[in-house]
Design a protein around this ligand. Sequence first.
Ligand code: DLL
Length: 432
Amino acid sequence: MIWAKEETLTRQEIEEIQFTRLKDTLKRIYDKVAAYREKMDAVGVGCEDIKSLDDITKLPFTVKQDLRDNYPYGLFTVPKKELVRIHASSGTTGKPTVVGYTKNDMDMWTECVSRIACMGGATADDVAQISFGYGMFTGALGLHYGLENIGASVVPASCGNTQKQIMYMQDFGATLLVATPSYALHIAEVARDMGVDPSKDLNVKIGLFGGEGMTEPMREEMYRLWGSDMKATQNYGMSELIGPGVSGECLELCGMHINEDHFIPEIIDPDTGEVLPPGEKGELVVTCITKEALPLIRYRTGDITRLFYEPCKCGRTTVRMENISGRSDDMLVIRGVNVFPSQIEEVLLNVKEIGAHYEILVERKNYLDTMEIKVELADETLLDSYAKLGELEKKIKFSLKTVLGLDAMIKLVAPRSLKRFEGKARRVTDLR
Ligand code: DLL
């Protein structure tokens, strides 16, 4: 089912809506936000210079640092009393990034999430367990409102206390799970330990995953554990832009549909800032055109992807973005080679003797970068055979070398010995 008619407009119709909304948003922020006015004045661009949608490229970018510099409310276009919700994303460095919503922003957010939930197969008949952490993270409350809006019965389980989560799923008859993909895999593992086979003893048929990437091998692992009839889709978003609801995969699984009547996407070369043509890979830049409290203009997400404008088999005409292949800023440069953690994950998850959990440690020894990857064995009987372990290590090393062009040290560890995460997994430690 398609939730809204805006998902099936012609390109011309979408662009007309985008242009009108862009002009309105620009005027509002130019009048109300000194930081934006200064930025636009500095490059000599006024609202009147935006005469077509293509002119968006004349506008300056907004970056995370702008939010920090104007902490907490400096980029907001409405007085504080109009806010009905405040979230913040936990920056690893510096102050958190604060985001706010007016009543209308909440409605728009709910609408966007309803669309992506519907794309992933959710209906009013679902019992939806939300296993994202409730709190400042936008994931849980975002999905919560969207799923309630389509009529699903929401179970706000939050994350953690995994055994209890499994009990809820069994007793309340959950048919839909919302979680980060890594936590969904962990829940399945714990269920098996409890003697509960998620593919037989639970009835979860829809997985709305997001907040972090899910590679194709990881999706296969999801089907293996939760059952091959599960529909596991990816959902993308970012607190600064709204939270979840920016884009989501439909059941064709061929990229995430962007809610284009609310967000204008562009792809740029992260080094030069130059806009790249459709189909080329680069950093996603997004302009919010319907938000009241915090409408960011040309916000550099740091996420690497590409855009496809061909209409999808599902009937939606909105542009699709490919699954995120990394971030422009988490890319590791190891001995001069650019490495995305997702590439490593892809290799690891294709090796059947190992599980889905891993840790990457990057260090510098004697001026040389080293990368050590700890991977869990799927089956501990392998630990008894030194020869087999050696062979497996070699096999993983070889596959990594083929994909990355780089040597890595592989450390095979016992099943279930690596750290588990209840929210987003943090798998890379860079000690350089
Ligand atoms: O993660 C919003 C969200 C919650 C989206 C739940 C979907 C579901 P932040 O905490 O601000 O917001 O983190 C945003 O997470 O820039 C990406 O790098 C990453 N990310 C989010 N979804 C995906 C995804 C939420 N499906 C940052 N695939 C983004 C890959 C993702 N990365």
